[in-house]
Design a protein around this ligand. Structure first.
Ligand code: NAP
Length: 582
């Protein structure tokens, strides 16, 4: 069935692969497919490449993984010729990098900008995707590749009276290209996630007064940003290939010095020294300090107390420090923030923190925001209120698979995929860093490279066989859903009301969406699946079945778990119904 507004097939542009999105995923996918002689077209809603770094231009936006690791490794020349200016590159530099990649590989000639895909329907007779854009363009594509990003659609957050405010309202994720000058203004910002935590110190420096509306405090670690330390640069420059390989062979897709001890069995003095050292390195270095901190609440509390102490050290007013200290979720169960001067910003005379738990927003009005207790007048308001993560960009497309089944219906109880790469009933449709893959729990660029290369290898192998169709089996999809649940359930992560769980979007099914087993483990699973002739996938040429290995049997290497943690893990798996109680 063609999309309702699709013109006749003859009007549709024929292409082997239609790639949606010109962020790092879409660009690299295009580059790989070209090399394979597979014709590909990228369509992008924005007017330029860069995805996240195209849209998120708010002041202070920068990457939270060190730039030496947050850059493409697929081309040695590209790696050698690009020099990052800072440990954590700022958004303008990341956008320049995206444009450099696009120009270097002459990608823009196959990218159609200003084009938002609205519908994609699987045409069972022709075994292809009929795709339509908002402008009425149509494509007939053998493969549909959704490189739509994990955090690309802002939540539909709204407040009573929001239309009455007479000043401008800016969203961090849709920041004006020309920038915003807040000099001399009274500014209100809603939200205290990463986007707010990065922008608040800069806005506070400019504005006459800044009011921060916080509902839930988050953990933030110092970036200690600056020049790339000579030792880091030398470690990379000695052998960029080996450096990259070492990054990819980790749980998070970046080198982070995972600890080997249990916090509960280490002396307080040793813990203090170790955490101080990690805090001084900055960024995510404290995330994996102890093997038990992500599983055992007692261990997590030890790390929490250390960070709470660091917040108290930085914030002069103990009452404000207490408000800024997370209480409702264990450390590491939401992606922590990496900041430059966030906590100290609350020592400024022109910055005020409003605790929305004690004094909720009642309404927006012409002059600003009224909380239940008082009126706050503003010249401008910033919404740093987050994203409909992982599924938002996909389920906003009228996407229909075999029999016209809508992706929204298939995902009514949460996004089900096989390996985060394909969806049962949606043949020839791939998701890059889709739900069910490690994606947002990792260094995105390494995850993107792994996915794009896996998909490219898969399409090359199909091309050798005259392009049969490929589809995830329902059995493999169900088996992978179980793997995703098994990977996260032993940890504390499901306890947080995080966007990983879909908890920030009212009505969104509550399900932990990314695969928490680690990028290294996941990569090995994907390798095994392909090596077994794409197990769990149905490959057919018209009615002729070429391969129908429906089961998923690949076994991830077993994690090395200290025996003392096993009772907690088994108890949680049993409570989740994932294994029988002992
Ligand atoms: P976020 O972490 O989801 O934070 C949204 C904030 O808005 C939260 O503080 C939330 O409070 C608040 N909020 C939402 N709706 C609200 C409402 N109706 N009333 C009051 N407060 C409301 O979003 P984000 O800061 O954009 O970050 C999302 C993710 O993007 C990050 O976790 C990270 O992965 C990525 N990111 C990365 C970087 C980087 O360093 N490279 C920078 C920015 C973003 P509640 O928590 O109470 O819901």
């Amino acid at each position: 069935m063609a999309p309702a507004n699709a013109p006749g097939v003859s009007d549709a542009r024929q292409v082997d692969a239609l790639i949606v999105g010109a962020g790092f995923s879409g660009m690299y996918m295009l580059h790989k497919l070209r090399a394979l002689g597979i014709s590909a077209q990228v369509v992008e809603a924005g007017t330029g490449v860069g995805g996240t770094w195209y849209w998120n231009r708010y002041p202070g936006a920068r990457v939270d993984i060190q730039s030496l690791e947050y850059s493409f490794g697929f081309d040695a020349e590209l790696e050698r010729e690009w020099r990052w200016s800072e440990r954590y590159a700022p958004q303008p530099e990341l956008l320049s990098y995206a444009n450099h990649v696009a120009d270097r590989f002459d990608l823009k000639r196959d990218i159609q900008f200003n084009t938002r895909i609205t519908a994609a329907h699987w045409n069972e007779d022709a075994r292809r995707w009929d795709v339509t854009s908002e402008n009425g363009d149509t494509w007939a594509a053998r493969y549909l590749i959704l490189a739509t990003g994990c955090l690309s659609i802002p939540t539909d957050v709204t407040f009573p009276g929001i239309g009455d405010f007479k000043g401008p309202i800016y969203r961090t994720s849709r920041w004006p290209r020309e920038g915003v000058d807040f000099t001399g203004q009274r500014v209100g910002i809603v939200g205290t996630g990463s986007s707010a935590i990065q922008s608040i110190p800069i806005i506070a420096e400019q504005a006459a007064h800044l009011t921060v509306f916080q509902r839930t405090p988050n953990y933030s670690m110092p970036a200690h940003n600056g020049e790339i330390p000579a030792s880091d640069f030398e470690a990379w420059a000695k052998d960029p290939r080996a450096y990259r390989a070492a990054s990819k062979d980790t749980v998070g897709g970046f080198q982070n010095e995972p600890g080997e001890k249990l916090a509960t069995e280490t002396s307080p003095e040793d813990i203090r020294a170790d955490l101080e050292r990690r805090w001084a390195v900055g960024g995510f270095r404290i995330l994996g300090a102890y093997v038990d901190q992500a599983i055992d609440p007692a261990a997590n509390k030890i790390v929490h107390e250390f960070i709470a102490g660091k917040i108290r050290e930085q914030v002069n007013d103990p009452a404000i420090a207490a408000l800024l200290t997370p209480k409702d979720h264990p450390f590491g169960t939401k992606r922590p923030c990496v900041d430059t001067g966030y906590y100290k910003t609350f020592n400024r005379d022109n910055v005020e923190l409003i605790d929305l738990r004690a004094d909720p927003i009642a309404t927006f009005n012409a002059d600003g925001i009224a909380t239940e207790k008082r009126q706050h007048d503003f010249d401008a308001i910033v919404l740093a209120t987050g994203f409909d993560a992982m599924t938002g960009a996909i389920d906003r497309i009228d996407l229909r698979g075999i029999g016209g089944v809508k992706i929204k219906d298939h995902w009514a109880e949460g996004p089900r995929t096989y390996l985060g790469l394909m969806v049962a009933g949606f043949p020839n449709m791939f998701t890059i860093t889709g739900p069910g893959s490690p994606s947002v729990l990792t260094n995105m660029i390494n995850s993107i490279e792994q996915h794009v290369e896996w998909v490219a290898d898969c399409l090359a192998s199909l091309a050798e066989r005259q392009h049969p169709s490929i589809e995830a089996s329902a059995e493999a999809e169900a088996a992978w859903e179980l793997q995703v649940a098994m990977a996260v359930t032993p940890s504390l992560m499901p306890q947080a009301n995080s966007w990983y769980m879909g908890a920030n979007v009212p009505g969104k099914p509550r399900m932990f969406m990314p695969y928490a087993g680690g990028l290294n483990t996941y990569t090995e699973i994907c390798r095994q699946v392909a090596a077994k002739g794409y197990e769990g996938f149905i490959i057919r040429q018209g009615d002729r079945m070429l391969s129908e290995s429906r089961e998923f049997t690949s076994q991830p290497p077993l994690p090395d778990i200290p025996p003392s943690l096993m009772p907690i893990i088994l108890e949680r798996l049993a409570a989740a119904g994932l294994m029988p109680a002992a």
